[in-house]
Design a protein around this ligand. Structure first.
Ligand SMILES: *Cc1c(COP(=O)(O)O)cnc(C)c1O
Length: 236
């Protein structure tokens, strides 16, 4: 185990390095770094927080709820894990939840919309529609052809949600290719939806291994975990 001082140094180095790369590689006026902190202790997040990091990404609803209670209320939480309908209420109970990045059908969106409404929030909850760009059978995300309909349904039916962008995880194989075919598909889809609706959409794509390339292709939101906090133990 690293001492608290060692941990502080490691995270500071990681975070500073990633921030510099995000600024160097971004091709949009701003790009947001989401520090992915799943399976890391709150003390690690506190170190990043003290270095000015505010956007954090978590994959498990219970873990997110626990950390949100422990840590500062001006953190902007992103939920980036698989969302089960029965967890919408627990998620909506987190007052400083900033975005849910993994909505892939209208029914789930309606559940979350209702939960956010009954929690009495005075702002809409930001949503990214997750796209299964690699068409892998067991992967989360809407099929490409269904995405425009999901975006439209949320905009029409979910008054407490605000669709701000599209998100992809992409396939392992694709992450070795330049250009990454998943990112290219997400960009094309975003452009098509934007030109139909006239509303701008963000792109959430890129993780530790490929966020620099994602930024070159226009990512506005990158989700970086292990390059900041170090490698993780697998859950279970
Ligand atoms: C874990 C995770 C990340 C971060 O992955 P790293 O390779 O550790 O940077 C990004 N996005 C999602 C959806 C994740 O589950």
């Amino acid at each position: 185990m690293a001492s608290p001082e060692q941990r502080q140094t490691e995270i500071a180095q990681g975070l500073t390095h990633i921030r510099e790369l995000v600024e160097a590689k971004r091709t949009t006026p701003t790009a947001r770094l989401v520090a992915v902190s799943k399976l890391k202790p709150s003390s690690d997040l506190q170190i990043a927080y003290d270095l000015g990091q505010r956007h954090f990404g978590e994959n498990y609803v219970q873990e997110l709820a626990d950390k949100a209670q422990e840590l500062a209320t001006d953190i902007k939480w992103h939920f980036i894990g698989r969302l089960q309908s029965n967890k919408c209420k627990m998620l909506a109970a987190i007052p400083n939840l900033w975005a849910v990045e993994t909505i892939d059908d209208a029914a789930k969106a309606r559940k979350l919309d209702a939960a956010w409404a009954s929690a009495g929030r005075d702002r809409p909850l930001n949503i990214y529609v997750q796209v299964n760009t690699s068409e892998e059978p067991n992967k989360g995300g809407a099929e490409i052809d269904d995405v425009p309909g999901v975006v439209e349904a949320i905009r029409e039916q979910c008054k407490n949600l605000r669709v701000i962008g599209l998100m992809t995880i992409g396939s392992i194989e694709g992450s070795d290719q330049i250009p990454n075919p998943d990112f290219v598909r997400l960009v094309k889809l975003r452009d098509a939806i934007q030109s139909q609706t006239g509303q701008e959409l963000e792109l959430s794509m890129g993780m530790s291994g490929d966020f620099e390339h994602a930024l070159e292709l226009g990512a506005t939101n990158v989700r970086v975990g292990s390059s900041i906090f170090g490698s993780r133990k697998m859950k279970n």
